[in-house]
Each structure stands twice: as C-alpha cells, then as structure tokens.
Write a protein that binds this ligand. Structure first.
Ligand SMILES: NC(=O)c1ccc[n+]([C@@H]2O[C@H](COP(=O)([O-])OP(=O)(O)OC[C@H]3O[C@@H](n4cnc5c(N)ncnc54)[C@H](O)[C@@H]3O)[C@@H](O)[C@H]2O)c1
Length: 424
C-alpha cells in the first residue's frame, strides 16, 4: 500500500489535510487544485488556510518529498475528489465542481485505479453521476476502476487528529470497490471503518448534519419562545439537559458553514415530503433577521454605529462560508442606515467581502459605537477589557448572541446587556 501514488483533487479544508496525512502514512501524494495560489504555496511548503497543525505537517511532507502540488493531472493509483459542493440559489446541490473533477480524472485512468468521492453529495451522486463520467475512459467501472463514496466528518480546528481517529464509512458502487477503498484508508485511519453501498454512505453524511440542524432549530425556536415568554432559554437548556436522555442544543444567530447549513437541502432537494428538515432550515435561516430586528430595537439613532465582533461561521476558525453573521451584515447594510464596523482576528482580509469595514484593532472597531454585537464566541473575546472599551463607545450596550460574555462584569461596568434567548 505504501508505494501507492495518491492524487487529491481539490486542496481545501478537507483535501489538503487528507493529502498531508496520507503522505505521513508513507504514500506518494500529489495535490491538484485549480487555484494557483494553493499550488504555489504548497510547493513552498506553505498553506493559505488556517488549521491547527496543518502548516507544520505540510511543510514536513513537502520537504520530505512525499507531497507536491501539480497544475495538471498525472497518472496515479488513487484519485480522491475533495472539491466543493455548495448550494445553488434554488437550494439544490451544485455538483458542477464534482462533475468537472470527474471529467478531468477520466482521461488519466488506467486499469486497477481507485476513485473516491469525498465531497458531500446527494444520495446517488457517486453511482449515477461520477461513475458514468469515469466510464468515458472506456474502462469497466467496478471491475477495472473501483469507485466509492467516503464522507468526511472532521471538525474544523481538529482536522488532523480527527482524519485519523474518527470512525469512517466507505460505500462502494459494488463490494469490490468498497474493499479496494477500505484497504487504502486503513493505512491512515485508526478509527473503525464501516462499509456499505455508496447511496447509503451519502445519506449517512447528510443525515448526520441534518440531525444537528434540526436540533439547533429546536434550540432557536426555544430561544424565540423564551424571549416572548419572559424566560431564560439558557437556564431551561441547562436544567432540561440534567435529564439523562435529553440533549437540547444551543441557540444562536443562525447556522453557518458549508455543512450543517447546506447538507439538509441535499436530502430534500427532490423530496418535498421532508417537511421537518425544511422547517428546521427555515427557522435557522431566519435567525440573522431576528438578530437584525433586535439590533434595531437596541439602538436609538437610525444612523448609529454598530460594532460586530466575530463574523466567521463558528468560533476560532477563519471560514466565513454561509456565516449567519455575514448575512446579518448584508441585511444591516442593505436594509438599514446603520454604520457597521467589523472585527475578526481570524478572517483573511484578501477574501473578505467587507474588508473596508474590517478593523484590525478592537479599539478602532468600537470607537463611537452605540452597540457591540458579539457575533461569534472567538476565544479572544473572552478576555476583552470592557471597562476600557466602554470608555471609547458612545453608549455602553452589548448584544451577546452567544451567551458568551461575562454578564456580571459587563453590568458592573455600566453596560446594558442583552442576550439572545434570554427573555427575563
Ligand atoms: N470543510 C469541512 O469541514 C468539511 C467537512 C465534511 C465534508 N466537507 C465536504 O468536503 C468537500 C470539500 O470541502 P472543503 O471545505 O475542503 O472545500 P474548499 O472550498 O475548502 O476546497 C475545495 C478546493 O477545491 C478546488 N477545486 C474546485 N474545483 C476543482 C477542480 N475541478 N479541480 C481541482 N480543484 C478544484 C478549489 O480551488 C478549492 O481549493 C465539500 O463537499 C464539503 O461539503 C467539508
């Protein structure tokens, strides 16, 4: 196995760590991406995304000659597709990246090759879309070319560890494909490997994220009800979860990221009978608007300055895809006259759509602001000195959408504090 050449197609948050971990397991790994910035950086032993431990591992593997970036595909034993599968305007999976990746791979296939789709895809994609494209090579799919889906379930921030430790599902288009792919993944996965067919594997991944989305929607509904009923949703959650079989999730300003906010749509895109899943999506997608309305209630002046702290889709990462706080910012800029200043130590200014409103220093962000909105509970924000920040503000108000800040300290500092989901 260790002498196998593996090509990873798409070197993002999933592809690049997978490439590095497989190189560490002893394989000869090629990384292919359409983005020249990614390839140039890789060949210098560098990365352009934030992920703990990734930079050092990539550097080590490139220096050892086990990982290199390529700008056009070459022959390989294994091809792993890890390109994006975003959502279209009409809430369907955009499979165009997967389609073009498969089309690019097909001419380079030779008998015995393995192709794995890691991109999260609607049930049936591996068998009904990827396999027929690969068949254009003239080789027999399932006999000469082995094809499977192996979904990724890593947690951003812990990708390097979880790629190895997590249990994994491998679903082939036939049992021979499943076994061939299992053998490859066994070289670096320490968790259990469960095998099934490709459509079931696709549905497993989607339902994992749908489970979380539906539960977050329930927590968000609780937050809305609690605000209207004069109850503290956070206290309800804390005490209800003392029940041995209850695990209420946490409310917030919405659900972001390219997984939980997106994958449930893939399940129901051709199935309107999925009513609960659709309702959960609508509740979660409606949260940025709820936050916007609360902001309008909290500021006196329609041209007041609002300082938003944190704009990524979750804490301590640099990823803003589907971020509900970005949706909030869109809404504030398009539908109100409020001035918006943003602070986020993680976002890459070069790719951030509102870089003109992004401040490096928190003091500049909150200067003359009427309201601070805590959008994301980045660790950095747990140590802010609000007594000093308050002196720079026009009025001392905080709206904490994550129930993260020290409310006692804020109240002692003279702040008026509003917490999402707290109705009393
Ligand atoms: N990031 C996660 O935490 C996570 C977790 C589980 C599953 N996934 C799934 O994994 C897949 C990849 O996600 P990601 O977060 O790594 O995406 P990403 O956007 O970070 O990276 C994708 C990369 O693919 C490249 N690319 C696009 N089309 C290409 C092509 N035809 N040939 C070569 N390169 C191409 C892009 O330039 C980009 O660098 C998606 O389907 C996603 O839903 C992601």
């Amino acid at each position: 196995m260790k002498d196998k050449r593996v090509t990873i197609v798409g070197l993002g948050y999933i592809g690049l760590p997978t490439a590095a971990v497989m190189a560490r397991a002893g394989m000869d790994v090629l990384g292919y991406d359409l983005n020249k910035r990614v390839i140039n950086a890789l060949n210098e032993g560098e990365i352009i995304i934030e992920e703990p431990g990734l930079s050092d591992l990539v550097n080590e593997m490139v220096s050892a000659g086990r990982l290199r970036g390529i700008s056009s595909l070459e022959e390989s034993d294994v091809f792993i597709i890890a390109v994006p599968t975003p959502i279209t305007e009409d809430k369907k999976a955009d499979m165009s990246y997967v389609e073009s990746a498969a089309e690019e791979i097909a001419p380079h296939l030779k008998p015995g090759n393995i192709v794995v789709l890691e991109s999260t895809s609607p049930p049936g994609a591996t068998e009904e879309m990827v396999a027929p494209i690969l068949a254009r090579s003239g080789l027999k799919i399932g006999e000469e070319i082995f094809v499977a889906h192996s979904p990724e379930r890593v947690l951003p921030g812990k990708i390097i560890q979880e790629l190895v430790q997590n249990d994994r599902i491998i679903g082939g288009i036939n049992p021979e494909s499943t076994e061939a792919v299992k053998e490859i993944y066994r070289t670096f996965v320490k968790g259990e490997i469960y095998t099934t067919d490709s459509k079931t594997a696709e549905m497993c991944k989607l339902m994992e994220n749908t489970f979380r989305d539906v539960n977050i929607a329930l927590a968000n509904e609780l937050a809305i009800l609690a605000e209207n009923m004069g109850i503290d949703a956070w206290e309800v959650i804390r005490f209800a979860n003392k029940h041995p079989r209850v695990n209420l999730h946490q409310p917030g300003p919405g659900v972001g990221g390219h997984c939980i906010a997106v994958d449930p749509w893939f399940v129901i895109e051709n199935h309107p009978e999925g009513r609960l899943i659709r309702q959960a999506r609508d509740i979660n997608d409606g949260m940025p608007d709820k936050v916007l309305h609360r902001i309008l209630q909290l500021v006196q002046d329609e041209e007041a300055k609002v300082a938003i702290l944190g704009v990524t889709y979750k804490p301590d990462v640099d990823d803003t895809r589907e971020s509900p706080i970005l949706k909030l910012v869109d809404g504030l800029l398009q539908r109100t006259k409020l001035q918006v200043a943003i602070h986020d130590p993680h976002v890459d200014r070069e790719v951030f759509p509102y870089s003109g409103r992004l401040y490096d220093k928190i003091e500049d962000t909150v200067k003359d602001a009427d309201l601070i909105v805590l959008g994301v509970n980045h660790f950095e924000y747990s140590t802010l000195d609000f007594s000093e920040l308050g002196k720079l503000m026009k009025s001392k108000k905080v709206y904490d959408t994550r129930n993260y800040l020290n409310q006692k300290e804020l109240a002692q500092g003279g702040f008026q504090v509003t917490v999402l989901g707290r109705g009393n």
